[in-house]
Design a binder for this molecule. Structure first.
Ligand code: UGA
Length: 442
């Protein structure tokens, strides 16, 4: 059993900290944000993440997990220190590493005995070396440490599952001693035969960016193919299904939609493309995926405007789904932001409903009318746009919806509504790549 400290209690730090305590280790999650720590100490979870509340409660009750604002002490007491602070996008498109370097300084100052220092935050390739230099500069003469890059592959909304049952664990380090300690940290996974991939620090950092960029690229690709399906009367669902049954392609991340959002893909693709340009390499595919994603968001706006011959002034439009995907209240880089902005700019009135993200979006767009459920949102509207794939939207009673709306107009950007019912009820509808000739309405 190890004494482990996580610095940063965002969704990566909190999920990973609680997960590692579930593996049987003694874990302290430290953060300078007093409010957040006070909430956690009271047993409240500051973010929406399915299963996280239970995981935290179970381990707090077992005496393995605690929370503190005393970051110095938490570092001093730890055998392993995980860095899990945020790396937001800076003004220049690169990741802002201010918090990372501050934490590295704190670690250097509090290095009282040998520790493994491990970065979970997504940091540009080459950051590990800088973190080592900072710790080295501040640490006392005889104090030793080793460094590990251990990127996370957690999806918001299924982060607990992704942590406890990962596809692989990547450990980037040049120290055999640190590697053994990390294998011990992840022992239950090691025993389960989860692949443990040992690499250099830079390679581990690259694996994280290369993975996220590839997934983003896959989404932009299927979105563009879906757009073409629209024009040639092909069904993107059947295309994606048949493509995905080829083991080399895989069916995952082949769902067309309104463009990817969230705190990772938009930021990480830009950071990777920027870094590459600085190194004299142009990542044309990644730059293309970024461009295609912006175009996809704009295409969705054009689709809804198309129902009104381009003029939405004075129309009332309902938006169902505000977060960047279902099972989260996170609205960062959500397609809903572009959509709402364009509708308001065009003179439309916007009503909106999301099961858990209304509050977050209301800070950005206070003039939107936020509703308690989809029925209230679509009432007396001239059109509805579905932007996230929440289960409750899949089960919408279309007959009731038609009766509530002024005009039966729907843009289903997640392709979740049954086309045969939309046709039967006489809806005017649009989706992404399923315009005509849909044989299997699944
Ligand atoms: C993503 C990665 O999936 C994680 O592996 C990674 O750890 C994480 O970023 C991170 O770097 O922290 P996340 O942003 O939480 O996770 O969400 P995803 O499920 O990957 O979805 C990202 C966006 O792509 C969403 O807007 C989603 O709706 C969209 N998407 C996803 C599609 O449009 N189609 C798909 O087939 C899949």
């Amino acid at each position: 059993m190890k004494q482990i400290t996580f610095i940063g209690t965002g969704y990566v730090g909190l999920v990973s900290g609680a997960g590692v305590s579930d593996f049987g280790h003694q874990v302290v999650c430290a953060d300078i944000a007093k409010d957040k720590i006070a909430q956690l100490q009271k047993g409240e979870i500051p973010i929406y993440e399915p299963g996280l509340g239970d995981l935290v409660k179970r381990n707090v009750q077992a005496g393995r997990l605690s929370f503190t604002t005393n970051v110095d002490k938490a570092i001093q007491e730890a055998d392993v220190v995980f860095i899990a602070v945020g790396t937001p996008q800076g003004d220049d498109g690169d990741a802002d590493l201010t918090a990372i370097f501050k934490v590295a300084e704190m670690i250097g100052k509090n290095l009282n005995h040998y520790k493994v220092i491990c970065t979970k935050s997504t940091v540009p390739i080459g950051t590990g070396k800088k973190i080592i230099d900072i710790i080295q500069k501040d640490k006392g003469e005889d104090k030793a440490f080793d460094y590990v890059s251990n990127p996370e592959f957690l999806r918001e909304g299924s982060a607990v599952k992704d942590f406890l049952w990962p596809d692989r664990v990547v450990l980037g380090t040049n120290s055999e001693k640190a590697l053994k300690i990390m294998q011990d940290v992840y022992r239950p996974l090691f025993i389960n035969e989860t692949p443990m991939i040992q690499t250099s620090i830079q390679t581990a950092e690259m694996i994280k960016y290369a993975s996220n960029a590839f997934l983003a690229l896959k989404i932009s690709y299927i979105n563009e193919i879906a757009n073409l399906c629209d024009e040639v009367d092909a069904d993107i669902h059947e295309v994606a299904k048949a493509m995905g049954s080829d083991g080399r392609i895989s069916p995952k991340f082949l769902h067309p939609g309104p463009g990817f959002g969230g705190s990772c893909f938009p930021k990480d693709t830009k950071a990777l493309a920027n870094l590459a340009r600085k190194k004299g390499i142009q990542l044309r595919t990644v730059e293309g995926a970024i461009e295609a994603n912006q175009a996809q968001k704009e295409r969705m706006v054009e689709k809804i405007k198309g129902f009104f011959s381009g003029n939405i002034s004075g129309k009332t439009i309902a938006i169902l789904g505000l977060a960047f995907k279902s099972e989260t209240d996170d609205i960062r880089d959500s397609s809903a932001i572009d959509m709402i902005q364009a509708l308001l700019d065009g003179g439309a009135k916007v009503k909106a409903y999301d099961p858990i993200a209304n509050n977050n979006m209301s800070k950005l767009f206070p003039s939107v009318v936020y509703c308690k459920n989809w029925e209230e949102a679509v009432k007396d509207t001239d059109g509805t746009v579905i932007l996230t794939e929440w289960r409750e939207f899949r089960g919408i009673d279309l007959e009731q919806m038609k009766a509530l709306m002024n005009m039966p107009v729907i843009l289903d950007t997640r392709n979740i509504l049954p086309i045969k019912d939309l046709n039967r009820l006489g809806f005017q509808y649009e989706n992404v790549g399923r315009k005509g000739n849909v044989k299997n309405d699944s």
